[in-house]
Design a protein around this ligand. Structure first.
Ligand SMILES: [Zn+2]
Ligand SMILES: [Zn+2]
Length: 388
C-alpha cells in the first residue's frame, strides 16, 4: 500500500535552522508529536523516540503531574512524583539523544493551537474518547498521519491503529456508533469541560507492549517503509490468549466527521494584538463581494456572557471558551462561569464591535488556526504566525 510521502515537510523546513552539515541530513529530519506523553503508554514510547535516528524534533504534550500511584504503571521512578510529566519525559529524551530538539506543552490536547501539531507523525497515547476524537480531527485538518495506541488492561489487550488522512480513508470516528457519541455527550452534560477519565490502572507491561507496537509503526512511517506500514489497519495483541489480530479499518460513508484536510495559509501578523479589522485587511480582502464573512475557530465556541456562580450577577465577555480567564464577580467576589446557552460558534466580522477587538482579547494566540467563511460557503483557514 502506498502511503504517499511525508506530509508537511516543505512548510516545516522554514522553521528549521540550517547548519553546516544540515543539507544532507535535512531529508531525514522529521518531527513527531506525542499526545499524552507521560502516561501508561506514552512514558514507555518516549525512550523509543529518542533512539530513532530519523527524528530531529519531538513535541511532548501532557497536562498532568506525576502522582505516587503512577510509579507502578508508568516508566518513571519515585523521584518524578510531583513533577510535570512533560518535563520528566523531555529530560529522558535529552539524556538518550542530546541533539534532539525537544519541546514541551503542558496542556490538554483541546487547548493546544492546531499549528503546533504540524508534524510528520502524531502519536496518541490517550485514555479519553474526547481527546482521541480531537487528535483525529486535528490530524485530518493538517494532513498528518497519526498512530493511536490503546490498552484494555482487564483482557491484557494492546493495540495500535494507523490513520493516514484522505477523503476515502478510514478515520477514528468511522468505527463509532450512536452509543459512542452518546457517551461523549453524557460527559459534557455533567458540566462543560469533560471530566477526567478513570485511570486505566493498566500494568506497566501492557502499556509497554502498546508503546512498542506504536514505535514499530512510527519507525516504518519515518523510514518510508510504506508497504509494511499498517495504514488503515488495527494491530491487536491479546496477551491473555497469545493471539495477534490484524483488522482492516473501513471508511464509513455515514461517518459524522467530514474527513477534510485543510489548506492552511500562514498569516503573518506582527502580534496577536492587532484587531480583527486589521487582520482581515492584511489578508487583502480574502472574501470579496460575498457579504459579511464569519470568523471561527474549529472545536471552540466564543463565550458571550458569564454569570456569578454565587449571586448570579452577569457581565458580557467575548472570548474563546477554552481561553476564558479566571473572572471574579464585581458584586460578591464569586467565580464567574460561562452561561452555556450564551455562546456563539461564529463571529460576524463586519460588526463594529468585532472589527475593533484584538485577536489576543478574543483568546487567539500564535499557532491558532482561524477560519473565515462567506455566506456562499467559501472558507479559508489561516494560522496566526507570530513570535508572541
Ligand atoms: Zn470517518
Ligand atoms: Zn456574585
Amino acid at each position: 500500500m502506498d502511503a504517499g510521502g511525508p506530509v508537511g515537510d516543505l512548510s516545516m523546513d522554514s522553521k528549521r535552522t540550517m547548519n553546516n552539515d544540515a543539507t544532507s541530513r535535512r531529508v531525514a529530519e522529521k518531527t513527531a508529536v506525542v499526545v499524552g506523553a507521560g502516561g501508561n503508554i506514552g512514558s514507555h514510547l518516549v525512550p523509543h523516540l529518542g533512539r530513532m535516528a530519523e527524528l530531529h524534533r519531538v513535541i511532548l504534550i501532557d497536562p498532568d503531574v506525576y502522582e505516587a500511584k503512577n510509579v507502578r504503571s508508568q516508566d518513571i521512578t519515585p523521584s518524578a512524583v510531583g513533577k510535570r510529566k512533560v518535563c520528566i519525559q523531555a529530560r529522558t529524551l535529552r539524556r538518550i539523544n542530546p541533539r534532539l530538539h525537544v519541546e514541551t506543552v503542558q496542556k490538554e490536547i483541546q487547548d493546544v493551537p492546531l499549528g503546533r501539531l504540524e508534524a510528520d507523525v502524531i502519536l496518541a497515547c490517550l485514555d479519553s474518547r474526547e481527546a482521541r476524537r480531537d487528535v483525529n480531527q486535528k490530524a485530518f485538518r493538517l494532513g498528518s498521519p497519526w498512530i493511536d495506541a490503546g490498552v484494555e488492561p482487564g483482557g491484557l489487550l494492546a493495540r495500535v491503529n494507523v490513520y493516514k488522512p484522505a477523503p476515502d480513508a478510514p478515520c477514528l470516528e468511522c468505527a463509532w456508533h450512536d452509543e459512542d457519541y452518546a457517551l461523549l455527550e453524557q460527559r459534557y452534560a455533567c458540566g462543560g469541560k469533560a471530566s477526567s477519565p478513570a485511570p486505566t490502572n493498566a500494568p506497566s507491561s501492557i502499556g509497554a507492549l502498546a508503546a512498542s507496537l506504536q514505535a514499530i509503526e512510527c519507525q516504518k512511517l519515518l523510514t518510508g517503509q510504506f508497504e509494511r506500514l499498517a495504514v488503515g489497519q488495527q494491530i491487536l495483541i491479546d496477551a491473555s490468549h497469545h493471539k495477534h489480530y490484524v483488522t482492516k479499518l473501513v471508511r464509513n460513508g455515514h461517518c459524522r466527521f467530514d474527513h477534510e484536510t485543510w489548506c492552511i495559509l500562514r498569516h503573518e501578523v506582527p502580534s496577536p494584538d492587532i484587531t480583527v479589522g486589521e487582520a482581515l485587511g492584511l489578508l487583502g480582502n480574502p472574501v470579496p463581494e460575498e457579504g459579511s464573512p464569519a470568523l471561527w475557530v474549529e472545536g471552540q465556541a466564543f463565550v458571550v456572557a458569564v454569570a456569578c456562580a454565587l449571586c448570579g450577577w452577569r457581565r458580557r465577555v467575548l472570548r474563546l471558551q477554552r481561553r476564558l480567564r479566571e473572572l471574579r464577580c464585581a458584586k460578591c467576589g464569586g467565580r464567574m462561569v460561562p452561561i452555556g446557552f450564551e455562546m456563539v460558534e461564529r463571529l460576524a466580522t463586519m460588526s463594529e464591535r468585532i472589527q475593533h477587538r484584538t485577536l489576543r482579547s478574543l483568546g487567539l494566540r500564535a499557532g491558532d488556526v482561524f477560519s473565515i467563511g462567506t455566506p456562499l460557503g467559501r472558507v479559508r483557514h489561516y494560522e496566526i504566525d507570530c513570535d508572541t
